[in-house]
Design a protein around this ligand. Structure first.
Ligand code: HGY
Ligand code: MN
Ligand code: MN
Length: 419
């Protein structure tokens, strides 16, 4: 069956096939509560990569891999000289992740290729389905590590040297799972990059919108704080002799919340990763290490939150006799996506009859970095209750199909159908 460009109005992806692929991938690296634990560079990640590679090759794509393990499955275009249109996201998950964060963007892109094949559509530009390594930053900080190296924000040496909680390095683990590719990272040039992703927030569902047209992305600071006190007996040490790093951490976590609340609207802050040492029931913690996550679409507000924390947190530490260190371990400024591509996404949703609204991405994504080296845009679909980074993350097949249909049409427009 071949489709003329005029028939483009009614082209849809195969939503049953997309959903089956999502459920198949979800079997790899299962969580303990129905979600996924397919953390980057684990054996489960390797298994998911192998499945994705097989599916791409079954769809007639050739797979390239760069030295950061980024995967690029190419569907040839009519004009091999034309820069490719990239679309994709990430297959790695949080430790207690959902089945759709990142995965929908990768498998939705693959579904677009499968649908192009079914319809016998040729495009001028080649099309590339992408899996970016270590988007989550849960095992190896910072987030969006491999897309950051691709976009020139980090060196590969910096990335390879990042270590997980067990002291294993990114470079060692990438080699161990056998996914060190031979392509120079960042050498690929792009005509455009499109990323489909679940919203990971409540707005689209609450407003009954099927599509989020992502115009901007929040900026982010990850600040790792180390407090140094003194281990001591929780029973026999008088209260006025304690140098309690755990108490300091608790007070600074409260300060982080207060800073974000006093910066409203459009500001968020929390501490998601926290460790006390020696973490024994009857030892006052002599050390606490935790990461502050501040975000805002307003750069001045974002930097102001960081400045206020770095002014006030040391005072809390001093009052308790604690040593204080702070180290930025992740950062990107707020992002403005390509206005022409944003309009293409909006027009695609309109043409397909999907309800839509412009939206700012609350979460960080690989698209935030790739936006620095190529015209980039994101498309969002709702998720149930706005819940994500939780094994109960859920979307409907209809939402998955709507987002992928819009991706399909935006790619048809960008990659240009040839007769
Ligand atoms: O942290 C983020 O926003 C993304 O989920 N890695
Ligand atoms: Mn994601
Ligand atoms: Mn995520």
């Amino acid at each position: 069956m071949s489709a003329s460009p005029a028939a483009g109005e009614n082209l849809r992806i195969n939503s049953a096939r997309l959903w089956d692929s999502l459920m198949e991938m979800a079997k790899i690296g299962p969580g303990i509560a129905g979600g996924n634990n397919r953390q980057t560079l684990t054996d489960a990640d390797a298994e998911g990569r192998a499945l994705f590679k097989r599916w791409c090759e079954d769809a007639g794509c050739s797979m390239g891999v760069d030295t950061m393990g980024n995967m690029f499955a190419t569907r040839p275009g009519a004009d091999p000289e034309a820069l490719p249109v990239y679309m994709g996201s990430h297959l790695d998950t949080q430790p207690t992740g959902g089945k759709y964060d990142g995965v929908l963007g990768v498998l939705g892109a693959l579904e677009v290729v499968r649908s192009l094949n079914d319809l016998g559509i040729r495009t001028k530009h080649p099309i590339v389905v992408t899996n970016w390594t270590n988007e989550e930053g849960a095992r190896f900080a910072p987030a969006m590590l491999a897309s950051g190296v691709f976009a020139g924000l980090h060196t590969q040496d910096y990335a390879y040297a990042r270590t997980d909680a067990e002291g294993k390095s990114f470079g060692e683990e990438l080699k161990r799972i056998g996914w060190v590719g031979d392509e120079e990272v960042g050498a690929r040039k792009m005509h455009a990059m499109l990323e489909l992703h679940i919203e990971q927030g409540p707005i689209l569902e609450a407003e009954g919108k099927e599509i989020g047209v992502v115009t901007h992305g929040q900026g982010l600071w990850w600040l790792q704080i180390t407090l140094t006190g003194r281990d001591a007996h929780t029973g026999s040490t008088p209260m006025d002799m304690r140098v309690n790093a755990g108490l300091g951490m608790a007070r600074i976590i409260e300060l982080v919340h207060r800073i974000a609340m006093e910066a409203q609207p459009d500001a968020v802050g929390a501490v998601g990763q926290a460790n006390v040492y020696p973490n024994s029931r009857n030892v006052i913690p002599g050390k606490a290490v935790f990461t502050v996550d501040f975000r805002s679409p307003d750069r001045e507000k974002l930097d102001g939150m960081r400045a206020r924390l770095e002014a006030e947190a040391p005072e809390i530490a001093d009052a308790l006799g604690l040593g204080f260190e702070v180290e930025p371990v992740g950062h990107f400024d707020p992002v403005t996506f390509d206005p022409a591509l944003v309009e293409t996404v909006r027009a695609s949703a309109e043409k397909l009859g999907y309800s839509h609204r412009d939206i700012i991405s609350g979460a960080g994504h690989d698209a935030c970095w790739i936006n620095r080296v190529a015209p980039t845009v994101m498309i969002m679909c709702p998720c149930v209750g706005g819940l994500s980074h939780n094994e109960a993350e859920e979307i409907s097949p209809e939402w998955a199909a709507a987002g992928t249909d819009v991706l399909f049409h935006a790619v048809l427009e960008t990659a240009q159908i040839v007769a």
